[in-house]
Design a protein around this ligand. Structure first.
Ligand SMILES: Cc1cc2nc3c(=O)[nH]c(=O)nc-3n(C[C@H](O)[C@H](O)[C@H](O)COP(=O)(O)OP(=O)(O)OC[C@H]3O[C@@H](n4cnc5c(N)ncnc54)[C@H](O)[C@@H]3O)c2cc1C
Length: 499
């Protein structure tokens, strides 16, 4: 291959800019190596990471998660609390507060309340309580019927008792977490190439030539973090042996901020294998209606919402909190959970067969929670593969978020407007987002409407961009020196109304 064909030469190429790829890139950016992340989409967090429930969890929620993900396989759940994966989850859970502090990620510690509505659910609650004893991070106690209604007056009157964990769950917004990691990795020297799809990988001697839609990158190491496409990337490099991917879809609802205060804890019922029901108050005040069945799908692209799933979610929501109704829903979306069939309960983090220069990283659900520990493990594997990594003298672990105008005090607002009067002009009325925030989001790299939404929350309220969308596009066009018509919703020609 002649030198002319080479777009870049990089020590490490990471394929995929979800939470896993970006966490690895940030961890590598601590060292004196050239890191290049390639992403086929126009922004970070466009794959599974976009659809995550956005909880960082251990304790009771992790016990609950084990019961669900047994998926009828009859696993020894107590043994599952002692696996390598669980150690990473516990480490990642403990790391989160520091990372959120360093990267200025909005988050909230929120209690988890699991309620039983009949004797069958009381029995399941008991089993959950027993299992939760083996999972660190929680502070779990029984709650009587009276206490339940003091804590959550709006839950179903059928509730008879509950289980409460005050310390095991933190709520954040997944895309914001990925964007924060991305900005900090970039600040520390990582190169991130968007709209750059990996289309082939050729191995020559010690190097891999990663062919992309933009040209070829010569890499000493390749790390495959392509989420639900990890099998396809591995096949390009002949780097897959003995595993396939398995996909489960489920549809969630997001409710209007008007319902803020209806619940103040995550509220759910004891799960069954492959089935969960819970609602949670999001950091910004909306309620997330989550769960239902884990539906096994053959087609990983089946992400359209369906009326059937929609109605099912509404009915489950009303059974938990009867005062909530269809009129509160502002949007619905589908997430596809991806597992590997080699070790269903484990993550797949391994060298390609016979090739320590290529690492497959497929992190099954939950992925945000263990991400910092997964990143450290992969960096250790890179070292073990023979690449010398010496630490940079000036790694900067800190990043500041875009000012969140709506949360500032009056004095802070006034000061900001004096510095830049665009902070005095509210563009998104539902979420109170100013022109100053949108301009700053563009300056930090947002090129699509969705990129602006994820960085500022504009367009994510009740009107769902109908009022503010055109205005945001106008500002983006001006700042990017483009025509308004060329601004897309999420790249690749998707226009405003599509998702
Ligand atoms: C409904 C749902 C709820 C969840 N809730 C939680 C939760 O509450 N807490 C938690 O910790 N975890 C949760 N998870 C799990 C978590 O979201 C995932 O484990 C995590 O997002 C996976 O991240 P990733 O980086 O591996 O994959 P992704 O985010 O999918 O990233 C992979 C990236 O690779 C890119 N890519 C693919 N092919 C190519 C190519 N050929 N060239 C270039 N780029 C490519 C994709 O575009 C994508 O951006 C949830 C998942 C789902 C589906």
């Amino acid at each position: 291959m002649s030198k002319d064909n080479i777009l870049r030469e990089s020590d490490v190429v990471v394929i995929g800019s979800g939470i896993i790829g970006m966490s690895i890139a940030r961890e590598l950016a601590r060292y004196q190596v050239d890191v290049t992340v390639i992403e086929k989409e126009a922004d970070v967090a466009m794959g599974i990471s976009k659809t995550a429930g956005s909880l960082i969890y251990m304790g009771l929620f992790q016990a609950l998660s084990l019961v669900i993900k047994d998926l009828g396989k009859g696993m020894d759940l107590e043994a599952e609390t002692k696996t390598e994966r669980m150690k990473m989850l516990w480490g990642g859970f403990r790391d989160f507060d520091r990372i959120a502090h360093d990267l200025d990620i909005a988050h909230k510690h929120v209690g988890l309340l699991i309620i039983a509505r009949n004797s069958d659910e009381v029995e399941k609650l008991r089993r959950l309580e027993r299992l939760a004893q083996f999972v660190p991070g929680g502070t779990v106690k029984k709650v009587s019927r009276d206490e339940l209604f003091q804590m959550e007056p709006n839950i179903t009157p059928d509730a008879v008792e509950g289980l409460y964990d005050s310390t095991g769950t933190v709520s954040m917004f997944g895309p914001e977490y990925v964007i924060a990691v991305y900005e900090n990795a970039r600040e520390n020297g990582a190169h991130v190439l968007f709209n750059t799809e990996c289309v082939g990988i050729e191995k020559k001697g010690e190097n891999h030539f990663v062919k992309t839609s933009k040209g070829t990158i010569k890499a000493r190491r390749v790390i495959n973090c392509a989420g639900k496409y990890a099998d396809r990337i591995a096949d390009m490099a002949d780097a897959r042996s003995g595993w396939n991917l398995v996909f489960y879809r489920s549809q969630a609802l997001i409710l209007d901020k008007k319902v803020k205060g209806t619940i103040s804890h995550i509220v759910g019922i004891p799960p069954d294998a492959g089935k969960i029901d819970f609602l949670y108050p999001m950091e910004e005040g909306n309620i997330h209606v989550y769960g239902g069945n884990y539906d096994l799908i053959e087609d990983r692209e089946f992400t359209e919402t369906t009326r059937e799933n929609f109605d099912d979610a509404i009915s489950r929501m009303k059974k938990l909190v009867p005062c909530l109704s269809e009129k509160h829903i502002i949007t619905s979306y589908v997430g596809v959970r991806t597992f590997n069939d080699k070790e269903f309960e484990e993550n797949l983090i391994e060298y390609a067969p016979g090739d320590p220069n290529f690492i497959n990283v497929l992190v099954r659900m939950p992925g945000f929670t263990p991400a910092p520990r997964v990143a450290r493990k992969v960096v250790d594997m890179v070292k073990q593969s023979g690449m010398a990594l010496s630490e940079k003298e000036h790694f900067n672990p800190k990043r500041q978020s875009i000012p969140r105008f709506r949360y500032l005090t009056d004095a802070e607002k006034e000061r900001l407007i004096k510095e830049d009067d665009r902070y005095g002009s509210v563009v998104c009325r539902c979420e109170t987002v100013t022109e100053g925030e949108i301009v700053e989001a563009v300056r930090r790299g947002a090129t699509t409407l969705q990129g602006i939404m994820f960085r500022t929350r504009s367009g994510m309220g009740r009107c769902q961009r109908n009022w503010c969308g055109p205005k945001i596009m106008e500002i983006m066009a001006r700042e990017l020196g483009k025509t308004k018509g060329s601004i897309t919703y999420k790249g690749n020609g998707f226009t405003l109304a599509t998702d």
